[in-house]
Design a binder for this molecule. Sequence first.
Ligand code: ADP
Ligand code: ZN
Length: 210
Amino acid sequence: MKIILLGAPGSGKGTLAKQISKDFSIPQISTGDLFRKFAKEDSQLGRSLNEYMSSGKLVPDSLTCQILKTRIEGKDCRNGFILDGFPRTIAQAQALEKITNIDTIILVDLDFKIIIDRLSKRRTCPECGEIYNISSYSNKSCAKCGAELIQRDDDKPETIKNRLEVYEEKTSPLINFYSDRLFKVSSAGSPEETYRPVKTFLEAMEIVNE
Ligand code: ADP
Ligand code: ZN
């Protein structure tokens, strides 16, 4: 199963992707996580990725598509994958069509007001990538690996605004691009409530495709 998760930053794509990945045994591919890994390196690539991300800008399409292509050629992607954060522009969607066929696109829908609130309360584990919200988790270290949690530079208020503007302008046109095969889910409720209809939908799809 090859799945795209579409939705604004902070809409809960990552959380949903992790649940799908676990239940359907396919890897979650987050271009944001890939970029953050490269950005830690002391290289020209690392420095320029850092600049794009900390200001909330998109990484250029050519670089993004190249990194994505290499990743989905990996052995673990043979039975499918979930793309979390890719494509983010029409050009990326067109490039993806040349690389592989996607089975389904899930749109994670959430009001911008709630997004801003959730992102500003989000803390991230710099070691394992686990995500927490300070309203439900007051501990300062990661429950999984013990590392000290951080607030991502791009989760600071100025950058959140930029990222949502970039989403409106560059990514939201994809909703139209994929309108004929979109499964829409609201993430206003809990992670479990968000996942439930998605799970039912994906299980039905598996049966149909058998
Ligand atoms: P979020 O979805 O919460 O914004 P991500 O971890 O998906 O966070 O992305 C973080 C940053 O990585 C983005 O703001 C952008 O700079 C870069 N990025 C991630 N995916 C893409 C992509 N497909 N195209 C261009 N830039 C990307
Ligand atoms: Zn951790």
